[in-house]
Structures are given as structure tokens and as C-alpha cells.
Design a protein around this ligand. Structure first.
Ligand code: ASP
Length: 351
């Protein structure tokens, strides 16, 4: 009997890093949702064998609910990608949806000069359930990670991005907006990088340029930071408790509208004291659309004088990751403030 022809050799190799999340959960005999290992997931996804690519899987550690993700996990992820960078054409990170936008933003800052795709994905419904979105999300995320530019042959999306429910979005523009429906993520203030319909439709104009230097995986984030959301009724006591936390180095200040905050003397004094102690303040709007424009109203003009940095159209998730990253670079105060105003990885639109 003639031997059947060998299947084409998969020329693309993708590394999947499994961190946990709903995507890999299954019900045990007691009816509790528990995490599975990737081999159990693979058994539930025979379609992975149909992809013409080599898919290798590594666990970041024991699978976790992403509410438990830590800065150490982000650093380990960045290091793992760096160690395996030359061996793979792209990377997929399987991650819980709850903090996926934070993790994707953090990785976007840690991985400087990225020339390959790092695609975060997960699911709203576990892979073992009949109406799961895991299969579709993972299969397409793998295709996105493997996609090459038709003429240049280079990675089509050399970015940290997030694929969910047919949309590929920039990682540091993502926000989880939905916990019940499949469309869990939105790209804030930036168009999607690609859409998956019958074909994968890439928005090349919006995709980050290919780097001209080799990958630089940073290994430091400063976690001495906080997020403070303003609300009418905020008291001096609470504000001080936040800003006078031991060792605080940075605070994302979620302000109103186009970056406005109260002008009460005690409020100004708290901010000034914090700035004098070397706390960097990054102003981010509570509005989902639009941007911070410090100085547009009297209620924000004084912030610039205090040294508060306007965060433009950054998301809170990207702002806290950016603050950790920039503080981790251990630059002097003017340089730190300067870096916070810059578009480092496509996280803000400079106007
Ligand atoms: N709690 C889960 C997590 O973030 C939710 C999910 O994956 O959708 O790990």
C-alpha cells in the first residue's frame, strides 16, 4: 500500500503561555469550577491539530484566576518571552479576562522593540462548555500571532495585543467592559488592529511599526504606586491616607471630564505635599472617551504648576502600568515626568 503523503511541515512555530483564567476551567464532580492543565484543554480542542503551525505550550506556573496576577508574574512573562524569542514566530498568552488589560499593558511596556506578535486571549465561557468562546478566541489568536506581512514576510502585528470576540486590539488600549456577554473588551480611543470575519482583516495603518533595534525585555517595575479616583465628597483624611502611604512613588489620579479636579485649598495642599515628597501624579480622565487637557478649565490649570502630568487619552490600566514601568527606569524627576508625557508604546495619541 502506498504511504500517504506527509502533511506540509509547519513552518510557523507559536509559543502558548498558559496562565489560567476561565478559559481553562472545568467543573469537577462536586460541581465546582476548577482550573485544568493545558493537556486537558488540548484534548478539548482537536482543531489545534488542524492548524498548519507548531504550537508549543508552557505554563507560567500553577493556573491562576487573573485576579491573583502579580507584578512578579508580569516580569516572569516578559523574561519567558525574551528567552524564547528567537525560537518562535509569535506568542499567545492565555489569561483570565479580569486583569488581562492590565497584564497586556504591562507587557507592552516591558517588551521594548518587539518585532513579533504577543497576543493575549482567554474566554468568558470555559473551554469544556458547549457554548464556549475559548476555541474561537484561541484558534484566531494563534492565527493572528502567526500572521505575516504579505510582502515583507515580517510579523503582521509586532505588538502586544489582545484578541477577543473577533477583535484584535492594542494591549495598552484595552479595557474589560463586559462580564456577561462575549464582547468582553473594548479598545479605548484607538481603532482595532484587525477584525476576524471570514478573512482576517488587518488595519495595517494602525499597527505599530517594526523596530529597528533588537528586543529589549525590561526587568523592573516599581509597584510603589496607587490609583485614586476622585468623587464629590472625597475628604482630606482619605486623600491624605492615600497620598501619604509609606514609600509611595506614583499615583494615577482619576479626574473628571477633561482632567479637572477640585480647587479647594486643602486639596491643592495635599497634592503639593505629595509632589514635594517626590510622588509623581499622572492625571487620567474618568471619561471613557476624550482626553485630559490640563489648563482647559481653571479646575485643571493649577495641576500643571504642581507638576501633575496630563495622561492624554490613556486608559487607567495602561496608566498604572506605565507609571510602574517609568518609575522602574529610575530616572530623575524631570526625566520621569518627561517619559510619562511621551507615547512610549502607542498607549496615547499625541495631538
Ligand atoms: N475570574 C476569571 C479570571 O480573570 C475571569 C475570566 O477569565 O474570564 O481569571
Amino acid at each position: 500500500m502506498p504511504t500517504p503523503p506527509l502533511p506540509p511541515k509547519p513552518e510557523t512555530a507559536i509559543m502558548v503561555i498558559y496562565t489560567g483564567g476561565t478559559v481553562g476551567m472545568a467543573y469537577n464532580r462536586r460541581g465546582e469550577l476548577v482550573p485544568m492543565n493545558f493537556e486537558q484543554i488540548r484534548k478539548k480542542m482537536p482543531e489545534l491539530r488542524q492548524l498548519n503551525m507548531q504550537v508549543e505550550v508552557t505554563n507560567l506556573g500553577e493556573p491562576i484566576d487573573s485576579s491573583n496576577v502579580t507584578v512578579a508574574d508580569w516580569l516572569r512573562l516578559a523574561a519567558l518571552i525574551e528567552e524564547n524569542y528567537a525560537r518562535y514566530d509569535g506568542f499567545v498568552v492565555l489569561h483570565g479576562t479580569d486583569t488581562m488589560a492590565y497584564s497586556a499593558a504591562a507587557l507592552s511596556f516591558l517588551l521594548e522593540n518587539l518585532g513579533k506578535a504577543v497576543v493575549f486571549t482567554g474566554a468568558q465561557v470555559p473551554v469544556g462548555r458547549i457554548r464556549t468562546d475559548a476555541r474561537r478566541n484561541l484558534v484566531t489568536a494563534l492565527e493572528m500571532a502567526a500572521a505575516r506581512h504579505p510582502t515583507a514576510g515580517t510579523a503582521r502585528v509586532p505588538e502586544v495585543c489582545l484578541f477577543f470576540n473577533d477583535l484584535l486590539i492594542r494591549g495598552n488600549r484595552a479595557k474589560k467592559v463586559e462580564s456577561q456577554q462575549y464582547n468582553a473588551f473594548r479598545s479605548e480611543n484607538y481603532p482595532p488592529l484587525a477584525r476576524a470575519g471570514i478573512e482576517l482583516d488587518f488595519n495595517d495603518q494602525q499597527i505599530w511599526r517594526l523596530p529597528s533595534a533588537p528586543l529589549l525585555a525590561h526587568q523592573r517595575l516599581d509597584d510603589r504606586v496607587t490609583i485614586l479616583r476622585l468623587f464629590p465628597g472625597l475628604t482630606e483624611r482619605v486623600l491624605r491616607a492615600h497620598l501619604e502611604a509609606d514609600d509611595l512613588r506614583g499615583c494615577v489620579l482619576e479626574t473628571y471630564g477633561s482632567g479637572n479636579a477640585p480647587t479647594a485649598p486643602w486639596f491643592l495642599k495635599c497634592l503639593r505635599d505629595a509632589a514635594d515628597r517626590g510622588v509623581h501624579l499622572l492625571n487620567v480622565s474618568q471619561c471613557e472617551e476624550g482626553r485630559v487637557m490640563q489648563g482647559r478649565y481653571e479646575t485643571s490649570a493649577y495641576l500643571t504648576e504642581l507638576g501633575v502630568v496630563g495622561g492624554a487619552d490613556v486608559t487607567v490600566e495602561a496608566a498604572i502600568a506605565k507609571l510602574m514601568f517609568v518609575l522602574g527606569l529610575r530616572q530623575n524627576a524631570p526625566e520621569t515626568r518627561h517619559l510619562l508625557t511621551q507615547d512610549l508604546r502607542g498607549e496615547i495619541t499625541i495631538m
